[in-house]
Design a protein around this ligand. Structure first.
Ligand code: PLP
Length: 435
């Protein structure tokens, strides 16, 4: 009763003043905010009306440690009380960012040891594109400036990152950045593109290890080994976007660790702080760092006010420490196996479920009117399941870009077997109700 009243008060203000990201103007005007959240604990979120929901996607694939960890609030408070802000420009530094950079180097594969910090994934990818182009310019090859990305990729919404995003709806804006090209996710298509465009015009290729927003898509067999070779042969930098995969989401430190190669540049965000503070980064190899050092005398004129923000750094450090201490990274693989069992149960129980995939605590499956012939429903089915799930106490994620009809899952690493089972049982009921 009180909750409903409070919702209505807030909804009025929200409708008038809050320009939401990735939201329909019309729907917002007509209906106001969907859920107004007030609390979070573990895998649960609670809204202003007092109803609890399982957060099956760790919100935006980012609250990996789970909600409500007071220790992270304490780390933030301690840092702010001691040193709220100091600049990292012109070589200045502070303790938390130094320790965080060292921790990231310890976790990252190969000689990826040198991190530039940002406030999120889009900034990290923009930083990588600028760094790649800068590198080739400094090597006296300014024509190497094209950035190649894959279809169904998602790299963010800044001007550069949306230009690199393969999912068409995100690119439907006039005049995004020039010199971005998309290629189908096969090695043959990439070879053809390099042939057609000319390696001397290409700065870098960017790819997520396991695509997230595009539908939780695993790469083709041997894709990254072959891609690494192609990049080496053609003097093209390989950028790997670890914004969702990074920091244990796929059961290894980084997504690319599943595929046995080391990229030249790796972009990170989300899981580094489990969403408790906005921070991301770009990690480069020692080799690239040394080359950049040798090649340039001037200043690298790229930096955000909040590059290496003290509170964000302190929170990220504490987050990584807790995940290790509590072995939540190991729980990712254990609970990933439970998630897969759940998907298989759903497939056996309901017809029309297929293309199951799971790696760590990242998973998805697709709906078909007829699974055998892979015929889709006339209208996507996944959004109907999402609507039912909401009634049943779970926030679910449908992916319907480019003709897909997918339900995606990426629950917090602290999830228990019972909570996985509860999640699957809600999906089970919601599929039945949506039919
Ligand atoms: N890259 C990937 C793979 C992502 O999934 C995202 C966000 O979902 C981004 C980049 C953009 O990150 P941000 O929203 O922090 O700018």
């Amino acid at each position: 009763e009180n909750g409903q009243k409070r919702y209505e008060e807030l909804a009025e203000l929200d409708k008038k003043h809050f320009f939401h990201p990735s939201t329909s103007f019309k729907l917002q005007k007509e209906q106001g905010p969907g859920l107004v959240f007030t609390e979070g604990k573990g895998v649960y979120l609670k809204d202003v009306r007092g109803k609890e929901y399982i957060d099956s996607l760790s919100s935006l694939w980012n609250v990996n440690i789970g909600h409500g960890r007071a220790e992270l609030g304490e780390a933030a408070a301690e840092q702010i009380k001691k040193l709220a802000f100091s600049s990292t420009f012109a070589g200045n530094s502070h303790e938390s960012v130094i320790q965080l950079a060292a921790k990231v180097a310890e976790l990252a594969p190969g000689d990826l040891n040198y991190t530039f910090f940002t406030s999120g994934g889009s900034e990290s990818n923009d930083t990588a594109f600028k760094t790649a182009r800068y590198y080739w310019k400094m090597k006296g090859r300014p024509s190497k400036k094209k950035i190649i990305s894959r279809t169904k990729s998602y790299h963010g919404v800044s001007v550069g990152a949306s230009a690199a995003t393969g999912l068409a709806p995100f690119r439907d804006f006039p005049s995004l950045a020039p010199d971005f090209h998309y290629v189908d996710s096969s090695i043959e298509a990439i070879k053809e593109m390099i042939e057609r465009e000319g390696a001397e015009t290409i700065a870098a290729i960017i790819s997520e290890p396991v695509q997230g927003s595009g539908g939780v898509n695993l790469p083709p067999q041997n894709f990254f080994k072959e891609l690494r070779d192609i990049c080496d042969q053609n003097e093209i930098l390989l950028i790997v976007d670890e914004v969702i995969n990074g920091f244990y989401r796929t059961g290894t430190n980084f997504g690319i660790d599943n595929f046995g190669i080391v990229p030249d540049i790796m972009c990170i965000a989300k899981g580094i702080s489990s969403g408790y503070a906005p921070i991301g980064g770009m990690i480069i190899t020692d080799r690239l760092k040394e080359e950049l050092t040798d090649l340039t005398d001037g200043v690298f004129m790229h930096g955000y006010t909040y590059s290496g923000h003290p509170m964000c750094s302190a929170v990220a450090l504490k987050n990584l420490e807790l995940i290790e201490q509590e072995k939540l990274n190991e729980n990712v693989n254990l609970m990933g196996a439970e998630l897969l069992k759940g998907f298989q149960y759903l497939q056996q129980t309901h017809g029309g479920i297929g293309n199951i995939r799971q790696i760590g605590l990242l998973g998805a499956f697709e709906f078909f009117k007829d699974e055998e012939s892979k015929t889709r429903y006339d209208e996507p089915f996944a959004p109907k399941v999402v609507a039912e799930a909401l009634n049943n106490g779970m926030i679910a994620r449908a992916i319907v870009y480019e003709g897909q009809d997918t339900l995606a899952f990426a629950p917090p690493f602290c999830i228990t077997k019972e909570e996985v089972e509860k999640m699957i049982s809600i999906v089970d009921q919601s599929i039945s109700a949506a039919k």
